[in-house]
Design a protein around this ligand. Structure first.
Ligand code: F6P
Length: 398
């Protein structure tokens, strides 16, 4: 059953000795699924869970296709032998993924709660545990299933690095490398043409990717959601560079970065929603908020136009988009995914459920899902990366 005795500090998994477990010796049946946006390192994690589960504990591992939908439709594949071979270095997920939520799934043109179907198929597949590999949304969905009585365990994956209670997520390092490489390449063309290049970097509502790649690639301006910007301040930073003879600038902008006035309107809308009492008030407040939240979608293009007007320089936009999620996982992501995947098998053997296998230092920790679900890890204002970037003259337009 879902573990609810996990209060206090999470356990350090390195202390679990797989050869001295007191857990049941019966063959365990483990379901594995990947949900949410794909991310480099997913296959390494699937391989880690399955290989460790089989070789150390004799577990049977079943993969479900396309996220939670595969479990609803009982579309599965036995994860063994050849299927686990040669996947360590492959991007994406061999299982397929989707953004389907168990409690709100489009089935036959209608949105339905499919949680009961999942509970039934968990039982009909004789599962002892379900491993969900995913980001923030997946942690929430896993918690819902835990509340329905399933033995759930999760791994933190996303290129955004925004999952709470883990040092990092697999996928982030690869995407960071891709975005940094892109900034490196944009430098020479921006320099040659004396242009501003505004490069949009993924990350959803968090700025980890833009900040990391911006620092590593030496961007002159970095815009992140955590620090709403003032376009005048960043134009001033670019004009200063011009005066000192630097006729080009690289602006690394997170897809979720927002100008200050929008940040203020969003905060006001959030407050209205929190104070709403009646159903109608709540619905209206939610709609206002949703509209405001959709505003940043074309902000990068607007920003580029504004910078042209304010600096007199030509400006071009590059949106890195899905390039950041594709391709071969980095060595660091393969290591992390393998470390967390194998630790996950140890936890299942020890029947420690209702937890996320978090990265902590060189090891892994079991963190209760309640502490993770519904939380986002944003860049704190005192994060050392911010300080380092400012120290080398990077502007945040704040
Ligand atoms: O969460 C990963 C991510 O790539 C975000 O950076 C981005 O905002 C989002 O997924 C895009 O989602 P989708 O694949 O549904 O378009």
């Amino acid at each position: 059953m879902a573990c609810d005795d996990l209060g206090g500090e999470p356990d350090v998994l390195r202390r679990i000795d797989p050869h001295h477990t007191t857990a049941s010796q019966m063959t365990k049946y483990i379901g594995v699924l990947t949900a949410g946006g794909d991310s480099p390192g997913l296959n390494a994690a699937i391989r880690g869970v399955a290989k460790a589960g089989q070789s150390r504990y004799g577990m049977e591992v079943i993969g479900f296709r396309d996220g939670f939908r595969g479990l609803v439709e009982s579309r599965s594949v036995r994860l063994e032998g050849e299927l686990l071979s040669g996947i360590l270095t492959i991007g994406g997920t061999i299982l397929g993924t989707s953004r389907d939520k168990p409690h709100r799934m489009l089935v036959g043109g209608k949105t339905s709660d499919m949680t009961d179907a999942i509970v039934e198929n968990y039982a009909s597949n004789h599962l002892d545990a379900l491993v969900c590999l995913g980001g923030g949304g997946t942690q929430k969905n896993a918690l819902r299933l835990m509340h329905k009585g399933l033995n759930v365990i999760t791994l933190p994956k996303t290129i955004d690095n925004d999952v709470a209670m883990t040092d990092t997520t697999f996928g982030f390092d690869t995407a960071l490398g891709i975005a940094t490489d892109a900034i490196d390449r944009l430098h020479s063309t921006a320099h040659s043409h004396h242009r501003i290049i505004v490069v949009e970097i993924m990350g959803h509502r968090a700025g980890w990717l833009a900040l990391g790649a911006g620092i590593a690639g030496g961007a002159d301006v970095i815009l992140i959601p955590e620090l709403p910007y003032n376009v005048e301040s960043l134009a001033e930073a670019i004009r200063k560079r011009l005066k000192s003879g630097k006729k080009f600038s690289i602006v690394a902008v997170a897809e979720g970065a927002i100008p200050r006035d929008l940040a203020a309107r969003l905060a006001a809308a959030e407050a209205t929603r929190a104070a709403a009492e009646s159903k109608t008030e709540k619905k209206e407040a939610k709609a206002v908020l949703a509209e405001l939240e959709s505003e940043p979608s074309d902000h990068t293009l607007q920003l580029s136009r504004q910078l042209e007007e304010l600096t007199g320089l030509e400006s071009r936009v590059t949106i890195l988009g899905y390039l950041q999620r594709g391709g071969i996982p980095s060595a660091a992501d393969r290591l992390l995914a393998t470390r967390l995947g194998t630790a996950c098998a140890d936890l299942i053997e020890a029947e420690r459920y209702g937890v996320m296998v978090a990265a902590r230092g060189e090891g892994a920790e079991a963190v209760p899902l309640e502490k993770v679900a519904g939380k986002k890890k944003l860049i704190p204002p005192d994060h050392p990366w911010l300080d380092s970037a400012r120290s080398v003259g990077t502007s945040f337009g704040d």
